[in-house]
Design a protein around this ligand. Structure first.
Ligand SMILES: [Zn+2]
Ligand SMILES: [Zn+2]
Length: 140
């Protein structure tokens, strides 16, 4: 049994849950743990569509099976960001971004809006470059 750590399904209370949904409803965040059956019956269609898209996609950084859709900084600067990532790459991406953002927080708040976009664009490019190096090192 490898399911001993899965909490029971919040809907039927019988089966171990395999799907962990974060649903934002009226501005508050609700999380549900559902088993396969209840997921099929209750999950919103758009959530299933997204899951199917993730399963069919590969990581945009290393090419492994994608585990999630990554919302990147590209979203903030208005580029389409349908990017998928595996957990490993997502974690590193997140870590790097936070670290960089933390370092430039003061400068960002003072900057004019047009400058902010430029800074974010540069950050986005830096992050892409960092991920390429990081994946190369990880896989070697
Ligand atoms: Zn269930
Ligand atoms: Zn990856």
């Amino acid at each position: 049994m490898d399911s001993s750590e899965d909490p029971l399904c919040t809907s039927c209370g019988k089966n171990p849950s395999r799907h962990h949904l974060a649903i934002v409803k009226n501005g508050s965040r609700d999380s549900q743990n559902l088993c396969d059956d209840c997921f099929e019956a209750e999950a919103p269609q758009e959530y299933k569509d997204e899951l199917a898209a993730i399963r069919a996609a590969s990581c945009g950084y290393c090419g492994a099976q994608a585990a999630l859709k990554a919302s990147t900084i590209d979203t903030i600067i208005g580029r389409p960001a349908d990017r998928f990532a595996c957990y490993s790459c997502f974690q590193e991406h997140h870590r790097f971004l936070l670290e960089r953002l933390h370092g430039m927080e003061a400068g960002l708040t003072d900057a004019k809006a047009s400058d902010q976009i430029q800074v974010l664009q540069r950050l986005s490019e830096e992050t892409e470059a960092h991920m390429r190096d990081w994946v190369r090192q990880r896989d070697n």
